[in-house]
Design a protein around this ligand. Structure first.
Ligand SMILES: [Ca+2]
Ligand SMILES: [Ca+2]
Ligand SMILES: [Ca+2]
Ligand SMILES: [Ca+2]
Ligand SMILES: [Zn+2]
Length: 652
């Protein structure tokens, strides 16, 4: 599933979807094995079902097969092969019967998995009808010891209740995570458990009269952070308060020093944020009774919260729990954190099962809003779990040895850390020779650019170009230094590392994107390169239209409080970069590039003023050509000025 994240892989998936054949006749369900080992079943007549446990090994699919379609193909291919082997020689007869045995085995596996899907469908109560919920999206990232990761997506309702979302979550747009309301349609799967789950069918943003979100973390932030040590059963926490105090605040290369240096003073964590004269790394060990086997992190968190008490917890922007080590708890992860919680007013959570600067900086990086630092080590355009942390030039990768480097250029940009320093980030639109200063230097001391954005018109994405150096305790592996480094951002706030150039090295992409790049020279603080790109290749503005209502001369009438779904279609000769939604002149949301050309949201009219309101959709392409379209809305309770009132000349 992870392959959806790169454009090339997405194209490959789209192509393979289009050549899909009908599923086997004797099967009501199409099934697939998810990355987490669970079985997902789809049919034409219902929402998908997902098994609550990973498949047992007896039912596991052959290697390189992940779904029913591939299984069918394999069976077909073996069938053809066995026909061609028949009635030739003794040897091929033996081969043929071996193939037939293999086919029987695969067919029986296919039937068993279909049967499992039917059982799954039956255990979900038929009264669980499709319904619509609204709330905010919340994502918790789990960093596993084996360098793979897992993310859980939740909907937090206005009541505070948290519901785990299941389904095709790769398609979820996370740009408004934690700070925007969304409306989701789907069905409850399991309401009995302490963690109810909901199968998602569709997600739409809710927009209203006023802007409800900050797009970036602008301005200086001094965060309060409380560290709490929790014993689970008889298992003690992973480290002492002294270890955290040193690693977080007091060592020369402390995690707080890393954030202060990386953010150019925009973000720091306070050792005594509640101002009572004592560090907020609490030496007391809180005791919870378990469970001590299996991964029950929500339950541990709930019990730890109860033991600590809300009076204490509420003083902090970030609450960090230190639980027992992974082997003591019998779990496969070392850290876990809320993603992008700093974008909202919500309290941030992180859990540590290891107290190293590496894990600590990584989890707090998730709190800021950073995804992982990927690197496609084998260049197959797919990020495998083992490649999820493979870019060692960022704490969001695995870090280099036990050193931690600064966060990378794109992530600094995402956090708004360059924002106060004008001229630090520039787009390259013209061919020429450019100088780029090191990502690590404080922009106040730099008279020049520290992050370049280059648009690749063939691959339809922005590439971020930075230059790295060692600075104080913040050290990089050699291969990331002495050259211009390219990163491509992903939809889940991750970055994909592309390449670090060397002096004299060039890349000629003129056949694909008409762009060539050559590194000229470097010093410790800067690199010089030449780039040749076509002159503004796109002057054609996107088209934009409303799909689900027509633009009459009259405003669209609504009753106050109504939730109006609005569908917009935006297309471009190149690529739609975003669709910005304004209500009465205020930007209320922006929707990034959609995989289809449909941009949907729900207008919450309860926050619209009396009288007429204007909703404007502005589509931008990658070159900032834009096209805007407005629709008028009128609250029914206000008397409508009719067109045949006096000043209308037609009324005579
Ligand atoms: Ca304190
Ligand atoms: Ca790969
Ligand atoms: Ca500067
Ligand atoms: Ca265009
Ligand atoms: Zn992580």
């Amino acid at each position: 599933m992870r392959c959806f994240r790169s454009f090339a892989a997405l194209a490959a998936v789209l192509i393979s979807c289009c050549t899909q054949t009908a599923f086997a006749e004797d099967r009501d369900f199409e099934f697939s094995l998810r990355a987490d080992g669970k079985l997902e079943c789809r049919s034409d007549t219902s929402l998908p079902y997902v098994s609550s446990e990973p498949l047992e090994s007896a039912l596991s699919l052959p290697k390189s097969i992940t779904n029913s379609l591939e299984l069918d193909k394999r069976i077909q291919r073996l069938g053809k092969k066995s026909h061609s082997q028949e009635s030739v020689s003794k040897n091929s007869k033996r081969k043929s019967s071996r193939l037939k045995r293999r086919i029987r085995k695969l067919k029986s596996l296919s039937l068993k998995l279909s049967q499992r899907c039917r059982e799954l469908a039956e255990t979900v109560s038929p009264t669980n009808s499709v319904e619509t919920l609204s709330g905010t999206l919340k994502v918790i990232i789990t960093d596993r010891i084996d360098s793979s990761h897992h993310s859980d997506t939740y909907l937090q309702l206005a009541s505070g209740a948290i519901i785990r979302l299941e389904g095709d979550l790769e398609a979820l747009d996370l740009s408004g995570i934690n700070s925007e309301r969304v409306q989701i349609t789907g069905r409850f799967l399991d309401t009995q458990s302490t963690e109810p789950s909901f199968q998602v069918q569709a997600v739409k943003r809710i927009v209203a009269g006023a802007s409800q979100r900050t797009l970036q973390l602008d301005g200086t932030r001094k965060q309060t952070i409380g560290f709490f040590f929790v014993q689970v059963g008889n298992k003690p926490p992973a480290c002492s308060s002294d270890t955290i105090l040193q690693n977080m605040f007091r060592n020369q290369n402390s995690v707080n020093a890393l954030f202060e240096s990386s953010s150019f003073g925009n973000l720091s964590f306070m050792e005594d944020g509640d101002g009572d004269g004592n560090p907020d790394v609490f030496s007391r060990v809180y005791q919870i009774d378990g469970p001590t086997s299996g991964d029950h992190f929500l339950e541990w968190e709930r019990k730890a919260k109860a033991a600590i008490g809300n009076e204490v917890l509420k003083r902090f922007d970030h609450v960090v729990y230190i639980f027992p080590t992974p082997p003591a708890l019998g779990v496969d992860w070392a850290g876990r954190a809320d993603l992008a919680c700093m974008k909202s007013s919500w309290q941030c959570m992180a859990m540590l099962l290891e107290c190293t600067p590496r894990v600590l900086s990584h989890e707090l990086g998730h709190n800021v809003g950073f995804g992982h630092a990927w690197r496609d080590m084998n260049n197959d355009n797919v990020i495998d779990p083992s490649e999820e942390y493979a870019d060692l030039s960022s704490p969001m990768g695995s870090g280099y040895d036990w050193n931690i480097p600064h966060f990378n250029g794109y992530h600094k940009f995402l956090a708004g850390w360059f924002t106060p320093f004008s001229g630090s980030v520039r787009e390259i639109r013209k061919s020429g020779e450019y100088r780029l200063f090191a990502n690590e230097l404080h922009p106040e001391n730099v008279d020049g650019v520290q992050l370049y954005k280059v648009y690749d018109s063939a691959r339809h994405h922005w590439e971020y170009l930075s230059y790295r150096r060692n600075l104080g305790p913040w050290k990089l592996a050699d291969e990331y230094r002495n050259g211009a480094t390219f990163h491509v951002p992903t939809e889940s706030f991750a970055t994909q590392y592309m390449h670090t150039f060397r002096d004299g090295e060039s890349h000629d992409d003129s056949l694909v994107s008409k762009t060539t790049f050559k590194q000229v020279s470097h010093t410790e603080n800067s690199v010089v390169f030449q780039i040749s790109i076509p002159n503004n290749p796109d002057t054609e503005a996107p088209t934009v239209s409303f799909l689900n209502f027509s633009l009459w001369d009259q405003p669209f009438e609504f009753t106050a409080g109504e939730m109006l779904p609005i569908e917009i279609q935006a297309r471009d000769n190149d690529l739609v970069q975003k669709v910005v939604i304004k209500v009465n002149g205020n930007v209320v949301t922006q929707i990034p590039t959609a995989k289809s050309d449909k941009y949907e949201f729900v207008l919450d009219t309860s926050l619209l003023p009396a009288g007429e309101s204007v909703v404007e959709a502005i589509a931008y392409d990658m070159w900032d050509n834009s096209k805007s379209l407005s629709a008028r809305f009128l609250r029914k309770d206000t008397p409508q000025r009719s067109w045949h009132n006096a000043e209308n000349p037609l009324d005579v």
